[in-house]
Design a binder for this molecule. Structure first.
Ligand code: 2BA
Length: 109
């Protein structure tokens, strides 16, 4: 068994959740925050049999698109003004960041 952990953008999360239910995959959605943008994103935990991993990855790929996002400048406020960038910077946020982890034991009570 594997645990697929996928960090996706909030905009894609409902579409992906619906697609997972349609295909009978079980998932848990967590409200998370990206460390860099400090903006909300969504993390899915999807427990599947090994042979289902490719199907889940395809579904994530189909339902999550990459977009550019602007990072607002943060005032140095006593910090190092040399590193301060006074204008918004555009970053490309991926469709999904995915980790596939082995599951040692699975049990439901
Ligand atoms: P954030 O950490 O908010 O990152 C958003 C986007 O900002 C990233 O998109 C990347 O394009 C950029 N970025 C992140 N750290 C950067 C840095 N140190 N310098 C320059 N640009 C940087 P993605 O790479 O597609 O990541 C989207 C979200 O996925 C991340 O949101 C984070 O929540 C998660 N993520 C990405 N890589 C991860 C990892 N290795 N471990 C855990 N979570 C990760």
């Amino acid at each position: 068994m594997k645990m697929v952990v996928a960090v996706v953008q909030d905009k894609d999360s409902n579409k992906l959740a619906d697609a997972l239910v349609d295909r009978n995959y079980r998932a848990t959605k967590l409200a998370t925050t990206g460390g860099f943008l400090k903006a909300g994103n969504t993390t899915f935990m999807i427990g599947v049999e090994d042979h289902q991993v490719e199907g889940v990855l395809d579904l994530i790929k189909e339902n999550c698109q990459s977009r550019s996002q602007l990072v607002a400048p943060v005032s140095p406020m006593g910090g190092n003004a040399d590193a301060y960038v006074p204008y918004p910077v555009e970053v490309e946020v991926g469709g999904a960041t995915v980790f596939v982890l082995p599951v040692e034991h699975f049990q439901q009570f």
